[in-house]
Ligand binder design. Structure first.
Ligand code: OFO
Length: 168
């Protein structure tokens, strides 16, 4: 049986993953509407990934004898100042999710629930990967600065990268 405190935390985690998915869908839509098709592909993929993370948690909570709650999601951001702003939002969103993953992991240790602790390690690695990805992209964007040609190339590269990851 799942401890009620952990069940609540996992349900919060479900909501965070759902929100991240919708936020990335919104970023994909903004990028597409503004002519950045590569960035749009990247965020359409990210949105799918987050949805998959949410569903993985929903199934896990139910399998452990709890009840996963399908959350009402928060309003997501829809206007961005630039591509840089989009990726800053990506990083902030990932950091928020990581903080909560850490909170769940901490509570599992406090309550000695090593099964859920073990399950959450997948999310720990995933967050590490995604935060690193966001920081790497932001570093590249810093180098590009206001160079329009650089940004054009960046958009092309990130599309190829996204399609490759998709086909793996
Ligand atoms: Fe769910 O992986 Fe990031 O947020």
């Amino acid at each position: 049986m799942i401890h009620s405190e952990i069940e609540t935390l996992l349900n919060n985690q479900i909501k965070l993953e759902g929100n991240a998915s919708m936020q990335y869908l919104s970023m994909a839509s903004w990028a597409e509407a503004n002519g950045f098709n590569g960035v749009a592909t990247f965020f359409y993929n990210q949105a799918e990934e987050e949805r998959m993370h949410m569903i993985k948690l929903i199934k896990f909570v139910n399998e452990r004898g709890g009840q996963a709650i399908i959350p009402v999601l928060d309003q997501v951001l829809k206007d961005f100042k630039s591509i840089n702003d989009v990726f800053e939002t990506f990083l902030t969103s990932e950091e928020k999710v990581t903080n909560h993953v850490n909170q769940v992991v901490y509570q599992c240790l406090q309550l000695k629930d090593y099964t859920i602790h073990n399950f959450m390690q997948w999310y720990v690695s995933e967050q590490l990967e995604e935060e690193t990805l966001a920081r790497t992209i932001l570093d590249k964007l810093k180098i590009i600065g206001n160079d329009k040609g650089g940004l054009y190339q960046f958009d092309k590269d990130i599309e190829t990268f996204s399609v490759e990851v998709d086909n793996e």
